[in-house]
Design a protein around this ligand. Structure first.
Ligand code: DGL
Length: 265
């Protein structure tokens, strides 16, 4: 079916999921919205995050998307159910795929979840993991400083390395063999996170398993784009276009991305 797939996040984090989607589904056109101006969602109330997420979903519905990927754990935790019930297209979140990835990878059933305050507070990962393996032991850990680091394009240098090391210090006493990057911004900090927890820990994101779910649903609903789309991917941001462009260009390796402004009230 010749229609775009929508992808949403509070900012640039969902690009980590989009990268995997573009890789696996080269024929598809994607329209991405990053609500950079109102990022981070992590410290916001569930009510606010649900409202903002719905605004992005409605904007994409007006662009006639055939599927929506909520590439934000914080939004998935509080809005997925209502989106799935009420949208006229299939909606995929990132938490269940992330939990599935962790269950597949863990050998001792000891899983650490890094996430935003909102995601950790929601308990959505624990619920998803327990539904797959009730005996798992889970270490939830909120990292509120990480998202601003990525959004300001400071995720590569020494400052990021030191902040990640300081934040994750308490985890040195915890026991786990697998760590989920339970926020789609965190894969941009993956090398710093791995340096702290050590290379004996499996560090995973939900991107690959989310892409699996998207592919399965496209097949199930006969929505695949059979030949390469002639339309370019489009990126909307509620914030600064140059900042967004810098991260899109670097992370997705798209030379001249089509980036536009969008506003929500
Ligand atoms: N990328 C979002 C997530 O996966 C971001 C969080 C935020 O805006 O705090 O939770």
């Amino acid at each position: 079916m010749n229609a775009p797939i929508g992808v949403i996040d509070s900012g640039v984090g969902g690009l980590t999921v989009l990268k995997e989607l573009i890789h696996r589904l080269p024929n598809e056109q994607f329209i991405y919205i990053g609500d950079t101006a109102r990022c981070p969602y992590g410290p916001r109330t569930a009510h606010e995050v649900r409202k903002f997420t719905w605004q992005m979903a409605e904007a994409l519905q007006n662009q006639s998307i055939k599927m929506l990927v909520v590439a934000c754990n914080t939004a998935t935790a509080v809005a997925l159910e209502s989106l799935q019930k009420n949208c006229p297209f299939p909606v995929v979140g990132v938490i269940f795929p992330g939990a599935r990835a962790a269950i597949k990878a863990t050998t001792r059933s000891e899983i650490c979840i890094l996430g935003t305050t909102g995601t950790i507070r929601s308990g959505a990962y624990e619920e998803a993991i327990k539904s797959l393996s009730s005996s798992s032991s889970i270490v939830p850990f909120a990292c509120p400083a990480f998202v601003p680091l990525v959004e300001s394009d400071e995720y590569e240098g020494d400052f990021a390395r030191d902040l990640v090391a300081k934040t994750l210090e308490p985890l040195k006493k915890a026991s786990f063999d697998t760590l989920i990057l339970g926020c789609t911004h965190y894969p941009l900090l993956q090398k710093h996170i791995e340096a702290v927890v050590g290379n004996h820990i499996k560090v995973l994101s939900s991107a690959e398993e989310t892409a699996e779910d998207v592919m399965e649903l496209l097949t199930y609903y006969h929505l695949h784009q059979e030949t390469p789309s002639t339309e370019p991917h489009v990126f909307y941001t509620t914030g600064s276009i140059p900042m967004f462009k810098s991260i899109v260009t670097k992370w997705l390796e798209i030379e001249e991305p089509n980036i536009q402004s969008i506003e929500f009230k």
